[in-house]
Design a protein around this ligand. Structure first.
Ligand code: NOJ
Length: 469
């Protein structure tokens, strides 16, 4: 039922696990800065040490082996490799670290999937305008080329940018992620635009200079909930659901997979709101230039981060001011019948993943799909026997199997989030997503497999043996 080369993985991100924030010449990133400011993160916590994977990588590798993973998704810290963000200065120790990680994985028969950017911009580049500045795209492209050149002989699966939606909206509209900007209705669109330009440039670089020799694949990881109208058959709710999809999944997937440009309903909604609020500049949603590398076709597979499902109805603006919420005029709510476990935004809806996969197949011309993240969290007292999470993984993977078998979706891999409990951004260490528990009170940061990890081991074994027969 799962193809024989199906990727069974788990993921992490540099800032969430590595620590070593100043070690061996690493430059600061926007998350270092953000966490060191008062009031930004739960309990004033930070990723200075986190799981200390910078020093304890071998322990992580043991976890990966204990799970029997075929793939491991990690991200590179841009500022660890290039402390000021540019290739003018390369940090050899950073290079050595990632070379060792990649080599060790391959020695253990585990294929790396490498994310170039997972929320942690070098602070030096933020100081020059960060993702709001158009020049960031070429700087990202140089960094990407450096990584392809350096690691591409061994890395065959690349993600350029992780969750551009989250970087743009949480970092530049809501201000709850680094760099903590609150410029509603403006900055997020600009940031999303520059992220798409950066991604496309890097994909074209790979395509022109590295693909023939290295034979890898490159995409960007798009997060999306499964969305449904609140009241089935209600025209307003159906329209709101379409708008909501256009402003989330469509914002990034439409330009890359469908037209090379933003969904039409996104632009018309934004422009109509500008008019209503008397905003007189050019469209708040930028336009792609014909003189730059095309955006359309710049993904070799669809990389999906899926966590939850929501019901949608019109509404949810922000009063008299311009903001993304009024632009999309859609409120997304959790259905009260769905169990909520862990964080408040995450209802457990495994069947939503199957529906979303079918939607992706139908809308984006049946692409190869990697589920690059999926998981659910634990908060409050530690439960090592996490029965609910074990059930969640079983149910979800069963839905993926049905998507493949019954709906014919070309799913190529599944990456649980996350290998380890780690620094969950604004929630600090209060939210645990790991298949392994990390004891942050223990000087050795001991890793212990949760029951859900044990179940994942069994599922991988079971499905793998069916794959080979
Ligand atoms: C998506 C992000 O990519 C990851 O960094 C985060 O920990 C998970 N969502 C859970 O919130």
């Amino acid at each position: 039922m799962f193809p024989c080369d199906f990727a069974w993985g788990a993921g992490t991100a540099a800032y969430q696990i590595e620590g070593g924030w100043q070690a061996d010449g690493k430059g600061p990133s926007i998350w270092d800065t953000f966490c060191h400011e008062k009031g930004r993160v739960f309990g004033e916590q930070n990723g200075d040490v986190a799981c200390n994977s910078y020093e304890l990588w071998e322990k992580d590798l043991e976890c990966i082996q204990q799970l029997g993973l075929t793939h491991y998704r990690l991200s590179l810290s841009w500022a660890r490799l290039l402390p000021d963000g540019t290739t003018r200065h390369i940090n050899q120790k950073g290079l050595q670290y990632y070379n060792k990680v990649i080599d060790d994985l391959l020695t253990c028969n585990v294929s790396p999937m490498v994310t170039l950017y997972h929320f942690d911009l070098p602070q030096a580049l933020q100081d020059q305008g960060g993702w709001k500045s158009p020049g960031i795209a070429t700087l990202f492209d140089s960094y990407a080329k450096f990584c392809f050149q350096t690691f591409g002989d061994r890395v065959k699966l690349w993600i350029t940018i992780n969750e551009p939606y989250v970087c743009a909206k949480l970092g530049h509209e809501d201000g709850i992620h680094a760099p903590g900007l609150k410029e509603p209705g403006l900055a997020a669109y600009l940031v999303g635009h520059n992220m798409l330009r950066a991604h496309a440039m890097a994909w074209h670089s790979y395509n022109s200079f590295y693909r023939t020799e290295q034979k890898g694949a490159v995409s960007l990881a798009i997060n999306s909930d499964w969305l449904e109208p609140s009241r089935a058959g209600c025209a307003e709710d159906i329209a709101a659901t379409e708008r909501s999809l256009a402003f989330t999944l469509g914002w990034f997937a439409w330009p890359v997979f469908v037209t090379g440009d933003y969904p039409e309903i996104m632009r018309s909604a934004i422009d109509a709101q500008s008019k209503k609020f008397g905003y007189s500049g050019s469209s708040r949603l930028p336009s792609f230039s014909k003189d730059e590398p095309a955006i359309l076709g710049t993904a070799d597979f669809f990389a999906l981060n899926y966590y939850t499902s929501r019901k949608v109805e019109p509404g949810g603006g922000c009063g008299e001011t311009l903001c993304m919420k009024s632009d999309r005029d859609a409120g997304e709510v959790l259905d009260p019948s769905w169990p909520i476990c862990g964080v408040s935004w995450l209802a457990v809806v495994p069947h939503g993943l199957r529906k979303l996969l079918k939607y992706i197949k139908d809308t984006f011309n049946n692409p190869a799909v990697y589920i690059t993240e999926n998981g659910f969290s634990q908060v409050g007292p530690l439960q090592t026997e996490d029965v609910q999470r074990s059930e969640f993984y079983k149910d979800t993977i069963f839905e993926v199997a049905k998507a493949i078998q019954e709906d014919g979706v070309n799913v190529r891999g599944y990456f649980a989030w996350s290998l380890l409990d780690n620094f969950e951004w604004a929630d600090g260490f209060s939210v645990r997503f790991g298949l392994f528990h990390v004891d942050f009170a223990d000087a050795k940061l001991r890793r212990t497999m949760y029951l859900s990890g044990q179940e994942y081991v069994k599922m991988i074994l079971k499905y793998k043996s069916a794959q080979s027969t």
